[in-house]
Design a protein around this ligand. Sequence first.
Ligand SMILES: Cc1cc2nc3c(=O)[nH]c(=O)nc-3n(C[C@H](O)[C@H](O)[C@H](O)COP(=O)(O)O)c2cc1C
Length: 507
Amino acid sequence: MGRSRWVVGGAGAGAVGLAAWDLLQRKHTILRRYPVVGHLRYLLEDIRPELQQYFIERDWDGRPFDRDTRSVVYERAKGIHGERPFGTELDVNEVGYEYLVHSAAPADPPDEPARVVVGGPDCSRPYSMALLNVSAMSFGALSANAIRALNKGAALGGFAHDTGEGGLSPYHLEHGGDIVWEIGTGYFGARTKDGDFDPATFSDKASGDSVKCVSLKLSQGAKPGIGGVLPGAKVTKEIADIRQVPQGEKCVSPSSHRVFHTPVELIEFIGRMRELAGGKPAGFKLCVGSRVDVLAICKAMLEVGTTPDFIVVDGSEGGTGAAPLEFEDHVGMPLTHGLMTVHNALVGVGLRDRVRIGASGKVAAGNDIVKRVIQGADYTNSARAMMMAAGCIQAQRCHTDKCPSGVATQNPRRARALDVGDKSERVHRYQQATVDEAMRIMAAMGVTDPSRLTPHHLRLNVSATRNQSYAELYDWLEPGQLLAEPPRDWAHDWASASADHFGGRQS
Ligand SMILES: Cc1cc2nc3c(=O)[nH]c(=O)nc-3n(C[C@H](O)[C@H](O)[C@H](O)COP(=O)(O)O)c2cc1C
């Protein structure tokens, strides 16, 4: 009896000691949040991958990012090189499989990864953008500590951090990382009491040193064409102050903008944003709906005589904190087609050299960056892979406020477990290793500058017996071709597009 008391007492003291260690350490959010029992997760990871899969990742294959992608992100974030033994597990003969074309004479990767200058002729303060940046995610969707970790990671690595449409919060500015300030239909952080855009506040905040670019969100791939609602209970004093909305009242992002109704008004507004931001690059983000609307915007650029400095194309495969499943799965153009549509439309109207294109939608690894550049992007943004680098375990509870990793929650107890110092290093390492890998792939393809990549460099298995390059598979317009003589496949949509209204009939 006496002995068992000693054993129980010893075990209890051990558990208390372990709990104290778990709470004090800074590396593992899960252990800080779930002291002692959280070890089960790591134990399972160590014993058998099958057990781990059963207990933790039971239906992993159905989740947005597969296990391999997720572990590559984690390993890079932790500074582990992330190489794999044995070879691919993909079916490389499957129809739809794509591969990058390497060269018989590979090049050496350059010492420094490539960057791209964002800023057309009307921009007086161009910005040098990294190949991979943090995509728009608002404070509100993410915790203050997650925003801090992403921003500090961006500061350490010299890449950009998009605020998302929930306003420019103090957490975005605390660590001095480069900011792309996004406003959406709610104009949060730059709005009047009635919900209109407030130019004076916008100008004042956009003048901050950290703000490098300003962006207008038209739509996002996971929920194009609908706005959003933040329930009154979640509109804390802090969020109300940052968004400039009443505390405790339901906060609505309408589905459409008040500042423009036509393509011409959109382009004029982007010009106004650039002026109000003191000449910093201004652009917009959209998930493409119809090609006619893209062409209408291009016609408006010609008519107004100015261009956005950048357009970010988001694919329908993109993520969100919360959206109806129908919208996530069935509305909007996938990134491949959206990107090629915007790229070719700009080439076709002779304006491609003035506008940089960013791409987002499941960009997580180096090959994703290279593929998107081939399809027309100049740079890429990542939301969910950056969340994973900051500790997200893809529990998919963002909308419940019960995120176990402290990333997508406003619950202070949960968010506190996320250690900003450790996670910012991870974000930094993940971005750096992924861009380095993209540069290494390009070098294997014989290319040292992304601008030298061409559609010949990406091939797709189109049947069991044939594969073709993107150069063969798709129309690639010549500069100015839409103005001179639109190719047959584009002629109808080009004729339907009007700078004066959206919604022209698509072929
Ligand atoms: C939690 C979360 C919040 C987001 N909030 C915004 C937002 O405020 N504004 C926006 O333009 N996009 C938002 N997005 C979309 C992302 O910026 C990005 O376009 C999309 O998720 C595709 O990138 P991914 O596949 O790398 O996640 C959000 C995405 C997530 C996951």
